[in-house]
Design a protein around this ligand. Structure first.
Ligand code: SF4
Length: 332
């Protein structure tokens, strides 16, 4: 057994200073992933800095139609917030589909962004895993990889990004607010998740000790009738095999704007720019939906056990597009 010391931070600067000055320490928020990984001996900090009492749990409804969600707001609170349900239903749906009720009550928004991959080899200290031990190899390449990614992979890691919430945030062009010892800065959420490339151990562009303080969701009028569609092996408490966050701006049956992202198939929440580019300016019908989905999945690199995911993701995206279009979409 390893000893881990525990301190409770009283304000943001003190929390940031504590973790920045001590590379062996980590923040502790909801702990719904982190505590599992401590028990498995995958994460090995010698000190935890509990941030749960920092004043970062607010949900600020902004007059321009956007939102500022504190990093410590719980998933369940955000999913049920009226502004989220009415203006960003894809985000509410992704939060509700993302975890069990117990986990949603405990897990924080910032922690959701920082959750680690669910690759079984990552969670097993006996297995080779470049993400856990850089340079050790990737057991999933020749191992069991039915749930692994087909987009954004590298020869060093093919782990699927696990978050549903982040898929909606990527489609909404959310922005992550962080605080470090040199001050605060913002990071577009699409840039917050790094592709594995040659350094799968580096998942975010944070400097040591930087703390997520808030997530800003800008006004997106078309998102009022948006959808998060998740396909999984069972109907509760399971990661996505494929998912799609979809918002369309429709005018007389013509697509004037599209916000699309995929989950369950890529190494990061996957903004579907190729599909968006094909859709905008076209009439909203199934032929163009199929063409857009095929283009987005064209670069997919499948392996023996996960080849089904390319077709599943295509169909998931088409079905989500059809559903949103049938509801009349939103306004640009
Ligand atoms: Fe590790 Fe990534 Fe390979 Fe899984 S897929 S074993 S997380 S390197």
């Amino acid at each position: 057994m390893r000893a881990i010391s525990y301190t409770r931070a009283t304000d943001v600067p003190a929390a940031v200073a504590a973790v920045t000055s001590d590379p062996g320490s980590s923040y502790l928020a909801g702990g719904t992933t982190e505590v599992d990984l401590l028990r498995l001996d995958v994460l090995r900090p010698h000190r935890l800095v509990d941030i749960n009492r920092l004043p970062l749990a607010g949900i600020e409804d902004r007059s321009d139609g956007g939102l500022l969600v504190g990093a410590l707001a719980r998933m369940s609170e955000v999913a049920e917030a009226r502004a989220v349900v009415e203006r960003f239903p894809m985000l509410s749906q992704a939060l509700l589909l993302g975890a069990s009720a117990q986990l949603r009550n405990m897990a924080s928004m910032g922690g959701n962004l920082m959750q680690r991959v669910r690759c079984s080899y990552y969670r097993d200290p006996e297995s080779a895993c470049n993400k856990r031990v850089p340079g050790s190899g990737c057991s999933a390449l020749e191992g069991v990889h039915r749930g692994h990614a087909i987009l954004g992979t590298s020869e060093h890691c093919i782990a699927t990004h696990p978050s549903d919430m982040a898929v909606a945030l990527v489609a909404l062009d959310a922005v992550v607010h962080v605080e470090g010892t040199k001050g605060s800065r913002t990071i577009p959420v699409d840039d917050f998740f790094l592709l594995p490339e040659d350094t799968p151990e580096r998942e975010h562009p944070l400097t040591p000790g930087e703390l997520i303080t808030a997530i800003e969701v800008p006004p997106v009028p078309m998102a009022r009738r948006s959808l998060y569609l998740k396909v999984r092996d069972r109907e509760s408490y399971e990661f996505a095999l494929a998912s799609a966050a979809v918002a369309l701006a429709l005018e007389d049956g013509v697509i004037r704007g599209a916000r699309l992202a995929l989950g369950g198939v890529a190494t990061k929440p996957w903004r579907a720019h190729r599909a968006e580019d094909i859709l905008v300016g076209e009439r909203a019908d199934v032929d163009v939906f199929v063409r857009a989905a095929a283009a987005e999945l064209a670069p997919a690199l499948t392996r023996p056990m996960n080849g089904f995911k390319a077709e599943l993701a295509r169909r998931t995206l088409v079905r989500a597009l059809q559903t949103v279009a049938a509801q009349g979409g939103g306004t640009a």
